[in-house]
Design a protein around this ligand. Structure first.
Ligand code: HH2
Length: 278
């Protein structure tokens, strides 16, 4: 008998977040020390993470920039140790710098998660093609420092979808294999808390309809706090799970989350209930 679950039991993969940064919005400073970051990554794998996303530069609005050398110094030992201990886990590196992506892939990362959709450096596109790893192209309006200054759209879902389709074309034209490309609507990146993030979550099926695997990152983001009495980042688990379930209903391929155990549980139950439907 095949161990592959039936289609109705399939759930999005869960990507656990490891921020080796002093200033990330929900866990800044907790995992900056190399042992703390590695311990956290191992815990996420033990809790059921299918993928781990490691980052060393916060994209929080107003966060300070980090040099490539500092990012590489934080990420490479972490990726190498994680790869050595967990040969099967997918390791994603959250960076906008091609030199950092190259060093992380050499150390064992399998995915480049770029919040600028390969627009940050002139050689981003060709580096992604040369590395041959999976690549996440995320939508962002503006740049992290200024992106939350009055973002405006006529049709947020249509504009995000058009941007992602254009970036996928650009990546393929530069030599990135179609099968390596993931898309991400960039919840919270140059989006009004509720006027843009909520329609994007409601319209995820249109992003999925572009024909690439979609990654959704809504975990603990500010719009969840805004909708729940300004709850702080560590009290946004319920809303984060609601967003992950919306992603599952729309057919996203993976969700990027801080709370791996609880998200795996929710998505597994969701899939099991749909499978049991008479
Ligand atoms: N969100 C954050 C960072 N990277 N990458 C993708 N592909 N999608 C996202 O939604 C996304 C991302 C922001 O969250 P976090 O890593 O928790 O915080 P910070 O950027 O402050 O490190």
């Amino acid at each position: 008998m095949s161990s592959e679950p039936p289609p109705s039991m399939r759930r999005p993969r869960v990507m656990g977040i490891v921020n080796a940064t002093p200033d990330s919005f929900s866990d800044g400073g907790r995992f900056l020390a190399p042992e703390a970051a590695l311990g956290h990554a191992r815990r996420l794998v033990a809790e059921g993470a299918d993928m781990v996303d490691v980052g060393a530069e916060s994209t929080r609005p107003g966060a300070g920039p980090v040099s490539a050398a500092v990012e590489i110094g934080r990420l490479v030992p972490l990726v190498a140790a994680l790869r050595a201990g967990h040969p099967a886990v997918a390791i994603s590196v959250d960076t906008m710098k091609p030199d950092v992506a190259r060093a992380a892939v050499a150390a064992g990362a399998t995915m480049w998660n770029d919040v600028t959709a390969l627009r940050h450096a002139p050689h981003s596109l060709e580096t992604a093609a040369a590395l041959g790893c999976d690549v996440v192209l995320m939508h962002m309006r503006g740049e992290p420092r200024t992106m939350q200054a009055a973002p405006d759209y006529d049709d947020v879902v249509g504009e995000v979808a058009a941007f992602l389709a254009e970036r996928a074309e650009a990546a393929m034209a530069a030599g990135v294999a179609r099968g390596r490309i993931w898309l991400d609507p960039g919840i919270g990146f140059g989006k009004h808390m509720t006027r843009h993030n909520l329609p994007l979550l409601a319209g995820l099926d249109r992003i999925v309809g572009l024909g690439f695997p979609v990654l959704l990152g809504a975990s603990r983001k500010a719009f969840i706090g805004r909708l729940s009495g300004d709850a702080p980042a560590d009290r946004r688990l319920g809303g984060s799970i609601a967003a992950a379930l919306a992603g599952a209903a729309a057919g996203v391929a993976a969700v990027r989350v801080h709370d791996v155990f609880e998200t795996v549980q929710a998505l597994t139950l969701d899939a099991a209930i749909r499978h049991a439907a008479p």
